[in-house]
Design a protein around this ligand. Structure first.
Ligand SMILES: Cc1ncc(COP(=O)(O)O)c(C=O)c1O
Length: 362
């Protein structure tokens, strides 16, 4: 039973997880779009197995540790969607290509050239996607520069430029304006598809057109010409998705279970703080997360402050909390919360299901 667990504990509602996996995989498959989910959200092999069973063709990774964990588990179709810059990363990229056939990305010749040299020296040829900026302003070549950069990269030995990729992460900035968010998701994909067409016109064999984000899931994958989607957060969803309106509360599968350890007028102290939830996406308005009761129903309680191992709860409902009471906190950012933990506890209703290790945390 959940009530018997020591706290804090990171819970995954398996019924909701499986529903999220099935819903997204079915929608993409109905449109002939391949699902290569980002594994940074769960970093959990049990979740990866469920994703493969529901139709994922492989995984997207941020870190070399993620690539290695999946590769060592025998999983293929790995896309390392982070720029491998610096000699240590180039070595890891070569190893990921040699051992698991990983696909790499680049957004400049400065990134691609050292890869080309190292891969050629190792007698390898890697598939490579051109990272294109469609609005986030992080990495990615600008649309106007794409053909020039792609031609230069394609001329390098050891690399086969065969795809384009974008992360439409700017959609996180759209607040509750759902129509604007959907328009931006579609227009980001249209930019990527047009870059792919231009590269093909220039004689480059672009096969994969890869988009990726959870807020963009309703639109970005379904623009004609997109071949692949890489959502990550969709497995668990979180407070960010709830605020954007891109998930409902009953699609949120990840919560931190905590106990009230002390009460004082107007405040209840729980045994979960910034080391349980992370401080990512914390704001004065939203605090450290949404406070729910042990059954997952919202309480009229806020979570404005945290120390490392303590959370400060306030708000009208706090007076009914007493020492020993359990609450569940829905984190703002599932991916950031998961990396604070070495295991998740999979639960069904109020029953424990299994303990799943979180691996590749660094
Ligand atoms: C390159 C890339 N692809 C896909 C994703 C998945 O996005 P989300 O977490 O919104 O599902 C991310 C997230 O940061 C990303 O950086």
């Amino acid at each position: 039973m959940i009530r018997d667990l020591d706290t804090p504990a990171l819970l995954v509602d398996v019924t909701r997880l499986d529903a999220n996996l099935t819903r997204v995989a079915a929608a993409l498959s109905a449109h002939g779009v391949a699902l290569r989910p980002h594994w940074k959200t769960s970093k959990c092999l049990e979740v990866a197995k469920r994703q493969l069973a529901s139709g994922a063709v492989g995984f997207t990774c941020s870190t070399p540790a993620e690539v290695t964990a999946l590769g060592e588990a025998g999983i293929r179709g790995l896309l390392w969607a982070h720029l491998p810059v610096g000699a240590p990363k180039v070595r890891l990229a070569v190893e990921a290509v040699r051992a698991y056939g990983a696909v790499l990305i680049a957004d400049s010749v400065a990134v691609a050239e050292p890869l080309s040299e190292a891969l050629t020296a190792a007698g390898l040829v890697a598939d490579l996607f051109l990272d294109v900026d469609t609005g986030l302003g992080r990495t990615g070549v600008a649309r106007a520069e794409a053909v020039r950069v792609a031609r230069e990269i394609a001329a390098l030995p050891g690399l086969r430029l065969c795809g384009v990729l974008t992360h439409e992460g700017h959609l996180y900035g759209f607040g509750q304006d759902h129509e604007a968010l959907d328009r931006a998701g579609a227009s980001s994909s249209k930019v990527l598809v047009s870059v792919a067409d231009t590269l093909r016109d220039a004689g480059l064999p672009i096969e994969t057109v890869s988009v990726g984000s959870t807020p963009g899931l309703a639109t970005a994958p379904y623009v004609a010409g997109v071949t692949e989607a890489r959502p990550g957060t969709y497995v668990y969803n979180d407070g960010n998705q709830l605020r954007l309106g891109t998930a409902t509360l009953d699609q949120c599968a990840l919560t931190v279970l905590a106990r009230v350890v002390s009460v004082r007028p107007g405040t209840a102290i729980i045994d979960a703080g910034s080391k349980a939830l992370s401080s990512d996406a914390v704001s004065a308005e939203n605090g450290y997360g949404m406070v729910l009761d042990v059954d997952g129903l919202p309480l009229d309680v806020t979570f404005p402050r945290a120390n490392e191992e303590h959370g400060f709860l306030a708000g009208p409902g706090v007076g009914s909390l007493t020492v020993g009471d359990l609450v569940r906190v829905l984190p703002h950012h599932a991916c950031a919360t998961v990396t604070m933990w070495s295991e998740v506890i999979a639960v069904r209703d109020q029953d424990l299901y299994e303990r799943w290790p979180v691996v590749a945390r660094h």
